[in-house]
Design a protein around this ligand. Sequence first.
Ligand code: HEM
Length: 485
Amino acid sequence: MALWPLLLITLGIWILIRKWPLLRLGTSLPGPWAFPLLGNAQMVGKLRPEFIFLVFTELRDRFGATYRLWLGPQLWVFLHSAEETRQALHDPTLRKAETFFQLQPLIGNGLLLSHGAHWTRQRRLLTPAFQPQLLRSFAPAIAGHVDRLVKRLEETKGAPLEVTDPIFACLLDAIVDTSMGAQLDTQLVDHSPIINAFHLSSKLLFKRMINPLLASDWIFQRTQLWRDLNEQLQVIHTLMESVIEKRAKQLEMLEEKGETPGKAHNLLDTLLLARFEGQPLSRKEIRDEVNTFVFAGVDTTTAAMSFVLYALAKYPETQSRLREELQGLSVDGSSDLDTLNELPYLEAVIKEVLRMYTIVPTTGRQTTQSTKIGGRTYCAGVTLWINMYGLAHDKLYYPDPYAFKPERWLEDGGSAPPAFSYIPFSGGPHVCIGRRYSLLLMKLLTARLVLAFDLDLSSEQAPLKLQAQMVLKAQQGIHVSFLKR
Ligand code: HEM
C-alpha cells in the first residue's frame, strides 16, 4: 500500500527531470496564464477559426514578439520577426510540426511531411518537373480548362456567383491534366464526388488539427470523424490509384514497343520512371506524392485566385489599370509566357493579394535537438509557429498594412521590405516547390478573366471575414459578378 505514493513521487520526479529543459524554457517566455497539466489547451481547443487571427494578434500585443502557449505538456512558441523566421526556416535540425503529421492519412510521407534523406531525394527528383521550360509547355492545356471556366461564367449573365467552387474545379482539372496527364473533367459535372471528397477530407483533417483532445491516434480512430474521413479518403485514393495505374500501363506499353520515353514530361512520369539503386518507387510512395501535389496545390491556388478576383472587383481603379496593361495580349494558350511574366502591374497585383490575404497564414516546425534561433536556445520538443500573416501585416515592414496597394511592389513604390517578412510560399530549403506553377496558373487566369469580363462586387458580398482553415478563406465565400465585355 505504502508503495504507491512512493511510485507516484518517483514518476513525478522522473517526468520533471525529463521535461526540465522544456519547463525552464516555457517559464522564461511570456504568455497567458496556464492551468496545471492542461496549460492553455482549453483556450486553444475553443478557438474558432474566425478568431484565430484576432487572438494571436492580441497575444502578440500583450506579450511581445515571441510568446508561448502550453498545450498540456507541449510547448508552442510563436515567432514574429523576419530574422527569427529566416533562421528557423534555414535550420536543418527542425522538422515539420507534429500537428502536420495528422495529414498523413491523405498525403502519407509525401514531400510536404517527409524530412532527412528521403525528403532530399524526393525534392531532387521532383524539382525538374517544375522547371520553367516544362511549365511553358502547360499553357495550351491550362488555357483549355480556363475556356470552360469562361463559358461557365458567361452563363451567369452577370448574376453574382460564389467563385471558390468553380475556380477549384478549373484548377483541379488543370493541375491533374498538366501534372499527371489525366482528364478529370470535374468542370463538366454539377456535384463532382471527387471535389466533394477533397473538400470534406480537408475540413475533417483540419477539425482534428485544431482540437488538442483528438491529437492521440488511439482516441481519434474511435470517433465518427475518423469514419467520415476514411469514407472520403477512399474516394480520393481509388481515383488517384487508377490514374497512376493507367499511366504506368501506357509507359509499359511504350517500353514494350521500344519507345521508352527518354525524358519525363510531367510529375507523374517523373515518379513512375524514377529508379533508385535500380528500384522503382512503390505505388504507395507515388500516391503520397501525387496526393501531396493536389492537396498542396489546388486549395492554395484556388484561395489565392478567389482573393485576386475579390480585390479586382473591390478596387475598380486597380482593375482598369491592369486591363490597360493587358491590352493586346493574346491569352488563348499561345500567349508568350515570358511576356506575361514581364508585366509589372500584373505581378504587383498578385504580390499584393498574396501579402494582404496570406493564403498559408502560419507554418510550424518542431525542434529535434537543442538549437539557437534569434539568440535564444530552444531544447528538443518545442513547436515553433511562424506567423506569415502577422509578418505580412506588420506595420514595421509594411506602412498602412491593411490597405490594398499593389503600387508598393512597383519600382517607385518605396523601399523594399526586408527579406523573410514577405514569404507567402515560405522560404529556405522547404520553399514551395509549386510556386512558379501556381503563379503561372494565376497569371493566365487573371489575364483571361480581366479581358473577358468586368468584375463587380455583388451586393450579397458582405465585408470579408477572414478565416484560418487549412488555407485562408472568406467565412461567407466570395461573391463576384462577371459582366461580359
Ligand atoms: C498560391 C498558391 C500556393 C501557396 C500560397 C503555397 C504555399 C506554400 C507554403 C507556405 C509552403 C511551405 C510549407 C511549410 O514550409 O511548412 C508550401 C510547400 C509546398 N507546396 Fe505550395 N503553395 C502554393 C501552390 C502550390 C502548388 C501549385 C503546388 C504543386 C502543384 C504546391 C506544392 C507544394 C509542396 C509539394 C510543398 C512542400 C515542399 C517541401 O517541403 O519541400 N504548392 N507551399
